[in-house]
Design a protein around this ligand. Sequence first.
Ligand SMILES: [Fe+2]
Ligand SMILES: [Fe+2]
Length: 171
Amino acid sequence: MITEKMSVALNTQINKELYSAYLYMAMSAHAQQKGLPGVANWFFVQTQEELSHAQRIYAYLIRQNAAVTFEAIEKPVIDVETPLAMFEKGLEHEKYVTASIHALVDVALEEKDRATEVFLQWFVNEQVEEEENACGIIDQLKLAGEAGSGLFMIDRELATRTFAPPAPEDK
Ligand SMILES: [Fe+2]
Ligand SMILES: [Fe+2]
């Protein structure tokens, strides 16, 4: 069992993960329209990851016999044009999600909820990876240029990303 405060906080995080999926799918569509299929693929794979994050928290709430409540998902606004600006927006969003995960760990500690604290460790590590990935692509875009053959090569590389479903939580 988990406390009401903990379950409300985890439900809020499901909404944030679903919003992330929505945001990245909108980015993917934007990249398609710009003629960047590799960038579009990268963001589409990221969408799948975000959905799996939401499902992971959902499954945990079910296992803990906690309430699951869904709220409206905010409309994503794509106010960026270039690939560099898209990945910078993605990185900003991931920093926000990292802070949100860390706040969840704080709630688990306050509630002396050791099970949820352990459950959240996977997300703490995942956020390190998410920020690292975005930073790496931003560096490449800055180095290779945002247009011409440099962008063409980065786009081809981003086209190779595939979705690997994360291992389910150990039971
Ligand atoms: Fe996520
Ligand atoms: Fe990831």
